[in-house]
Design a protein around this ligand. Structure first.
Ligand SMILES: [Zn+2]
Length: 320
């Protein structure tokens, strides 16, 4: 039975070994919460495939739990059991509590297909037409299979685009961007980037966040959020949430002279609300690279971080 299989997957890939799930009633199980480490407060509804922690209020679709905490093996098994190729979801706002929430009405272009679905049907479809796109993501953007699944990347053959979607905490699509696979390909955002925190369900505001310009700059780093541009508006949800949570910021923009102004502006905007807000500016250590996304073995150690204070501000202004 499907729910038993899902229970086993949760047991193996999500729940810490010491904290086995227990049946509460018919269709609900409770496990230790991987977000707040509370011992038993995360309830999972197997029929609705959603989770909710009564301690830290983390909530969302079960698929997200697998994307965030499982390895590739567990995620693939979950997808194949539940046939959840895409996030077609519009269930009621079950667990919305205090947080501001505004549903965005965004629909993906017709006929685009997710890469997990392409892989799952590799032998039934005309795989070769998708190959240049997958090749681009893997060999030019250095994403591995896990990241392709985790971010649910789509291919739109008709318009010759890659589509990267963003979902809110309930699994509703709230924005996407698309781009071609040529070097100078155009780039298009559908949705209001000020009202949306890109894939917010994957971001923890209680630990430092890495802010980068584009999705592909940050996708291989932990706890990142793309600005989808070079600036951060004070009216944006992302800005408000950073201020509200006093979230330490690691700001990494491309290594070119033009971005110095952006770094100063973003840092000063945040400092305006709290002069003690912790902000570090990251610079690519190997300065033969200008574009973060082009670094093959990218990780946090690819950057040197400098705390933003009066001295650093002075040095940056002098470089303008
Ligand atoms: Zn929790």
């Amino acid at each position: 039975m499907e729910t038993d299989e899902i229970k086993n997957l949760i047991d193996i890939y999500i729940s810490p070994l010491s904290q086995k799930w227990k049946l509460s009633h018919s269709d609900n199980i409770e496990i230790g919460c991987p977000f707040c480490k509370d011992e038993k407060n995360l309830s999972i509804s197997l029929s609705k495939q959603i989770y909710n922690c009564w301690n830290c209020h983390a909530s969302g679709r079960l698929l997200f739990l697998f994307k965030k905490f499982s390895n590739l093996e567990g995620l693939e098994k979950y997808i194949s059991i539940t046939k959840q190729f895409s996030h077609v979801s519009n269930f009621d706002n079950l667990f919305i509590t205090k947080e501001e929430y505004k549903k965005q009405e965004i629909i993906l272009p017709e006929n685009c297909i997710s890469i997990s679905e392409i892989f799952a049907n590799k032998h039934k479809i005309d795989y070769i037409i998708y190959e240049p796109y997958i090749d681009y993501l893997i060999n030019k953007r250095y994403l591995d299979k896990f990241l392709l699944y985790k971010f649910n990347i789509y291919i739109d053959i008709k318009n010759e685009k890659i589509i990267v979607p963003s979902y809110d905490k309930l699994g509703n699509l709230n924005l996407y961007f698309s781009r071609g696979i040529n070097d100078k390909a155009d780039y298009f955002i559908k949705g209001n980037k000020n009202e949306v925190i890109f894939n917010e369900y994957l971001i923890n505001f209680n630990i430092p966040i890495i802010l980068v310009e584009g999705f592909f700059d940050g996708v291989r780093l932990k706890n990142f959020c793309p600005l989808l541009g070079k600036d951060l508006s004070e009216n944006s949800l992302l800005f408000r949430k950073i201020i509200l949570n006093n979230t330490p910021i690691l700001l990494i923009l491309d290594n070119e002279k033009g971005t110095i102004k952006n770094k100063l502006e973003i840092a000063d905007k945040i400092k305006k609300y709290n002069s003690k807000h912790v902000i570090y500016i990251g610079e690519i250590k190997d300065n033969s690279y200008k574009d973060i996304g082009s670094i093959k073995n990218l990780d946090i150690d690819s950057f040197a971080f400098y705390e933003y204070n009066d001295e650093l501000k002075f040095n940056l202004i002098n470089k303008l």
